[in-house]
Design a binder for this molecule. Sequence first.
Ligand code: ZN
Length: 60
Amino acid sequence: MAGYMGDKSNMVVHHLEMMSTDCKIHDVEKANMHYFVPDMLDQARKENFVPCKYCNETKT
Ligand SMILES: [Zn+2]
């Protein structure tokens, strides 16, 4: 199972294990879902996704 899922409509990446209702993941259309290889936040960042503030720990 994937750990991270990107929403291409707003370029936000969600951490699925930590997701909250504020993420509105159920509103993400399948066409906008994006998964990462490798399945890591660093990879999401490389693809210009921004970590969701609700489900990702803040890292600087
Ligand atoms: Zn989220």
